[in-house]
Ligand binder design. Structure first.
Ligand code: WTA
Length: 570
């Protein structure tokens, strides 16, 4: 395979020489950038916001919010006061204490950021949820984590099954309140004090709980701690290349780890102006935001870039995008066509970054200061050791495909799978964390993504677990059994495809397909609804009754299904 090497061209990146920094890197030296290195008092929200006010940067813009024609901006001082108010509401009116789980279930708005930071100031563990979640998805997550409080909006409040959640003590609504048991956030905010004594924590105290999907079982709660900040800060500097005057936009929703680690923590730890764009995706809204807010550093995902690409290059000419200086991507393989399009349209190279919910921060990336090999995910960030290992944990030589693994002990690593120690333990072979991705490393130390080892579906950059969808599908009265796979798709990476065997007495029809799709969409989440459904008389299963998704995938792709010895063929 011919590999093109692109020379690092950025004039002035925060990191000048990757090899030198990598070899001499020491996490201990990074600690000096945090106030806790002197006080030993930890709180992510303090380091993101209040610290900058205390150091004389209170008037600097922290947040630009844009949703259509609605626009607002908040300085670090504004953010400090607003998050203090939110913290007071959570503590005084909802009884939140250190370690309690507080969920935030709303579309992106300034209040989402106030309450998230406020919850951290109280010492709570925050669980951010996508606004797309329907009742079952909300219930599973709140139930699993014994959530005490949820903050939401009038549009979403009906999706919280309060009667099924006995431990949920308070529902806080940002907007018009219909139920007298719910707390009116806006009214409380008017009266709340701007002063708050931050709950000081230990570096290992829980901070954020992101639910993510695996190939088996319900979504799992990945717990990160306050200490993760040290890696989020330094990757913000070296990989995002954030500098004092940057206006930074990460397009991810905080329901996804990218929307917190890199949509909240990394930019604010680096004291950079952070852009949040509300509302639905459209090329006009996105290009308009870049032009209007003069975005300099932009972090998005291949699906979004492909959607912009699909909108054509003509529309780009209507906008002045010359403020952009650094582009990044995460979530799925970054296709060469997309990189090529980026070069043509923005005259900038899109930098790929690889990491996972479980890793909490960047792991393998393309640095502005590094020569790039097109198609490679890049190299490990300083302080992180990666390798390709076999199933026994032995390191494989260059150019051999195997499990992409990381040496345990990086600061942002998850500390727990909520209430599921066996699941947590299953990630590790000896001192290696095994990612579930297969990849190889070339002789120059660059990593090349090859695919998932398991059945996890990546659709439009979101990780969807087939099990959760299958479980929902079999709740439908016509469905006997269901197997779900990711089918390759040129725009979305993969789409969700379901194979379904119907119960006796039900006829296959297009109407039924539509009905089943709607059932998942309204019961679980829109992105989980199968875009394609195929009815089968029976599904391939192991003798122990497990649906063999591998065989479904082989049917779909018209390839050999491999070893079928465990298949039940009666
Ligand atoms: C995939 C949180 C190819 C991968 C950020 C990983 C990628 C999973 C890349 C994690 C990339 C992420 N190239 N694949 N640059 N980045 N992935 O936890 O399979 O939602 O294991 O992402 O996304 O998904 P998660």
């Amino acid at each position: 395979m011919k590999v093109e090497l692109y020379q690092a061209t950025d004039e002035n990146p925060n990191m000048k020489n990757y090899d030198e920094v990598y070899e001499n890197f020491d996490w201990d030296e990074i600690k000096e950038n945090f106030s806790w290195s002197k006080t030993n008092k930890f709180n992510m929200a303090y380091e993101c916001i209040d610290k900058h006010v205390d150091e004389g940067y209170g008037d600097k813009d922290a947040l630009y919010y844009k949703n259509g024609d609605e626009k607002s901006s908040y300085t670090f001082k504004d953010m400090k006061e607003a998050s203090n108010k939110a913290a007071n509401i959570l503590k005084d009116e909802a009884g939140v204490e250190k370690g309690d789980r507080v969920f935030i279930f709303m579309a992106r708005s300034p209040e989402l950021y106030f309450t998230l930071l406020g919850a951290l100031k109280v010492g709570a563990i925050v669980g951010p949820l996508f606004e797309a979640f329907m009742e079952k998805a909300v219930k599973d997550r709140l139930e699993n984590s014994d959530a005490k409080v949820i903050v939401t909006t009038p549009e979403l409040v009906d999706r919280i099954p309060e009667k099924d959640l006995p431990n949920l003590e308070k529902v806080i609504v940002v907007g018009k309140v219909e139920d007298e048991n719910h707390l009116d956030f806006n009214a409380a905010f008017e009266n709340a004090s701007e002063e708050f004594d931050i709950e000081w924590l230990d570096k290992e105290d829980g901070m954020i709980l992101h639910y993510t999907s695996g190939s088996t079982g319900q979504p799992k709660g990945v717990l990160h701690v306050h200490y993760a900040m040290i890696q989020q800060y330094i990757s913000g500097k070296y990989v995002l290349d954030l500098k004092e005057d940057d206006v930074y936009w990460c397009t991810a929703d905080p329901g996804w780890v990218t929307g917190t680690s890199y949509g909240i923590f990394a930019p604010w730890l680096n004291r950079v102006t952070n852009v949040v764009v509300g509302g639905r995706f459209s090329p006009e809204a996105w290009y308009g935001a870049i032009e209007d807010l003069k975005v300099t550093v932009w972090y998005s995902a291949p699906t979004a870039f492909r959607m912009l690409m699909g909108a054509g290059d003509e529309i780009v000419k209507d906008y002045d995008l010359s403020s952009l200086r650094h582009l990044l991507s995460v979530g799925e393989p970054l296709n060469p066509e997309v990189v090529k399009w980026g070069m043509e349209v923005f005259n900038l190279r899109i930098h790929d970054t690889w990491w996972m919910t479980e890793t909490g921060a960047h792991m393998i990336t393309n640095f502005p200061a590094m020569d790039i090999k097109g198609g490679s995910m890049g190299k490990p960030i300083p302080g992180v050791e990666a390798a390709i290992i076999d199933d026994e944990g032995n390191e494989l030589p260059p150019n051999r495909m195997g499990n992409l693994a990381l040496k345990t002990g990086w600061p942002a690593m998850m500390r727990e799978i909520w209430k599921n120690k066996p699941k947590y333990d299953s990630y590790f072979i000896g001192e290696w964390y095994v990612s579930g991705d297969s990849a190889y490393k070339d002789e120059d130390g660059y990593y090349w993504f090859q695919g998932r080892v398991d059945d996890v579906i990546m659709t439009a950059g979101e990780r969807v677990g087939p099990f959760e969808i299958e479980s929902k599908l079999v709740e439908h009265p016509a469905v006997q059994e269901a197997g779900v796979i990711g089918k390759p798709d040129p725009v979305r990476g993969e789409i969700v495809k379901a194979f379904i065997a119907l119960k006796k007495g039900h006829e296959a029809s297009d109407e039924l397909k539509e009905e089943i799709r709607k059932f998942v969409k309204e019961g679980l989440a829109a992105h989980a609804a199968p875009r394609e459904i195929e009815f089968k008389d029976k599904l391939p299963k192991t003798r122990s009754g497990k649906i063999m998704r591998r065989v479904l995938k082989a049917w779909e792709l018209n390839i050999d299904a491999g070893d079928l010895s465990s298949m039940d063929d009666d």
